[in-house]
Structures are given as C-alpha cells and as structure tokens.
Design a binder for this molecule. Sequence first.
Ligand code: UDP
Length: 414
Amino acid sequence: MFDSVDVEPRQLEAYRGIAPDEQIEEIRTLAAQFGGARVLHVNATAFGGGVAEMLATIVPLMRDVGIDAEWRVIEGATEFYEVTKKFHNALQGMDVPISQQELDTYLRYNKLNADRFSRDYDFVIIHDPQPAAMRRLMLEEGRGQAGRWIWRCHIDITDAQLGAWEFLRPYVEAHDAAVFTMQEYVKPDLSVGEVALIAPAIDPLSAKNAELSAEDVATVLRENRVDPDRPVIAQVSRFDPWKDPLGVVDVYRLVREQVPGLQLVMVATMANDDPEGHLWYDRTREHAGDDPNVFLLTSEQDNSQQVNAFQRAASVVLQKSKREGFGLVVAEALWKRTPVVAGNVGGIPVQIRDGQDGYLISTTEEAAEKVARLLLSPNEQTQMGESAHQHIRSDFLITRKVLDYLRLFKRLSN
Ligand code: UDP
C-alpha cells in the first residue's frame, strides 16, 4: 500500500456542548452500525490545503466512534504534480491545454498506485482528481470490486474545460458514488450510482475557531497597531482578483464618511511562490495610499490566531468575492457571531441567509450601505451575530460532515 498519514487522536465528546447534541447522538447510532468498518481516505498530500486540514479531523473522529479509518497519500513525483496542477486548473475552467503525453503521465501514476493497492476496505473515499483513475484501472484488471468507492470532488468543476472533464468522467463513473459541495457543482452529464452533497465545515476546536478571550483579542490588535477602542471591519482572504481587494478598500472609504475612526484590516497568508498574490497586495497597498487606518497584514506562516482574533474583533466582516468556491472564511466569521456582508456568489448564499446572518451584496455601494447600517446599529449587529452563530452550529460544523459521510455509507450499504 502507499503511505498512511499519522493523525492526532480526537474525541467526539469534546464537541458536546459545542455542536448540536442530535448530531453527536446520530453519529454514535450510525457508527454503531458500522463498528469496525474499514474506511480509507485517499488524497495527494498530507499537508497544506483544506482537504488535508479536514482529513486531519475527520479521520480521528471516525476512529473515535469505532470505525477503522485510515488516510493514505498516493505516491507521485514532480512530473505527476505538474500535470495534476494543470488538470486541476483546467477542471476549474482555466484555458490550459493538456497534451496526450501529460494525460499518459497522469494515468501512469494512477496505475502505479493502483498496483500498490493491496488491501480490502468497506469504503474507499478518493479525494479530488489526482487519484481519481485508480478504481477504473483496477476494475479493468479484474481487481477493486471490494467495498464501495466514493469520489469526493472538493473543487468547482462547473466551468471545466470540456476536454479535461470528458477525459476524467469515465474514471469518476467507475465509482459507486460521487460527492459534490453543492447541487450547482454536479455535472449534468455525470452518470454514477449515487450523487451526494456534502458542504464544507469548520472545526470549532481548531486554533482558528476556538474561543478567545476579549483580552487575547485586544492583545492581537495592539500587536498589529490596530486600536481596539475604535470600530474595525475586516476581510480575511488571499490577495486575489476574485476576492476584490480594491473593492474592499472602496467600501471602507464610503463607510468611513459615516463612521469616523473606522479601521480596515485585511488579513492574508502569502505563499512565496504566489506572484499573483504579491501583485494584488501591491495594487491594494497603492489603492489604499498612506491611510493610517488601513492595515494589510500578511503572513508567510500559519496565522490562525490572528485570523481568529480579527474575525472576532470586527464589527462586520466583509467577503467581497466576485467568484468563490465555498468561502470557508464566511462560516468562520459567522461562527464568531460576526455578521458578514458578502458577494452573492458560490457557496456564500448557502451560508448567509440575507438579512438574517448578514447581507448578500453585488456592488460596492450596496456593500457600503449594509456595512454602515450594521456599524450604526449595534442591536442589529448582535441579533444577526447570534442568528449567524446558530446557523453555523446546526449546518456547518465538522460533526455534520462526519454525519454526512456516515449517512452516505448507510445509503450505499442498502
Ligand atoms: N486563511 C488563513 N489565513 C489568512 C487567510 C485565509 O488561514 O490569512 C484561511 C481561512 O481562514 C480559510 C482558508 O484560508 O480557512 C480560505 O478558504 P476559503 O474557502 O475562504 O477561500 P480560498 O482561499 O480557498 O479561495
């Protein structure tokens, strides 16, 4: 077999009192039916990215309820990752040509991993396109019939390049089920035994989402020279044109006319190898000029504590996206009882019930109007914050996600 990934143990009971009791009970009931079931999650990387982060929580939680869960990472090399990166972009709609030779490379590495696949499982969950060809390659050799195989697509492939999707589709169709984030992302021409929807979720016990005292929040603000006694609005996002960083500065300027002393904080991680991020950072810096109340805080390492603090310190969080996959930052802020004013795109409208948890907007002016309205009405802010927290609690915590997998196992077992 290819390598397994070690994960820190976790206890489902630790979520009691945080996640809804009904979710915890249903997880236990379903897990009892799958006691000892062998479950394998397969992806391409043990570190970096949302999928690895999510597996580091889901796998130990499944183990804690008696499921024999494993996480294994397929073997690859630079030539494979170069192709899968391109493939990933093409599936997300980018116009990148992929040669036959590159497709052969993709299949060669899938074959190599399929050949190493030497155990039987009750459920195999294949995450994203990198390992997606393995099942079919195994079936073609008369292997891989054991267990139910699920392809879990974490990306938005609605605008996939036709060639890339047509290549991938028969490999996906060799699975027993395919899982997408939202109904809108399900390809209409996909023919697979079962299609399930599982939305992303946040871990309320992670450093990014765990409780922080008001004092700790104020300390983080002071460390970054932000005044804890004046109002703050924030956007937490990579510097990326789709997140409209220049528009965020424009919203702040409009709102500041009504809310003197307002501060804008933009928090971002910047990978060294991301030239686009640096370009958009520079553009935003220039657009903000020398305004001392605009703070662009960038980190090259994990900045979970900083993200946590600013999502709590902000009276309103902005997510002025023009396009978005799901937008986990929205759930993160809402969980912290901070109303969010955000673009009505991608997964954002699933998370924000307009006028209840925040506001969905399409233009800069609309965003400014809603942000100002919330800043000038502390009551509405508090009410929306509470409604937002309850919404995330019932629908977007990691326990719901564990439950969704167990429900799918049950459907596939009938
Ligand atoms: N994030 C972070 N530090 C930052 C900016 C973002 O840790 O400075 C995290 C953020 O908390 C969220 C993820 O990166 O968990 C971004 O996910 P999202 O779905 O919002 O957007 P994406 O970057 O995947 O388009």
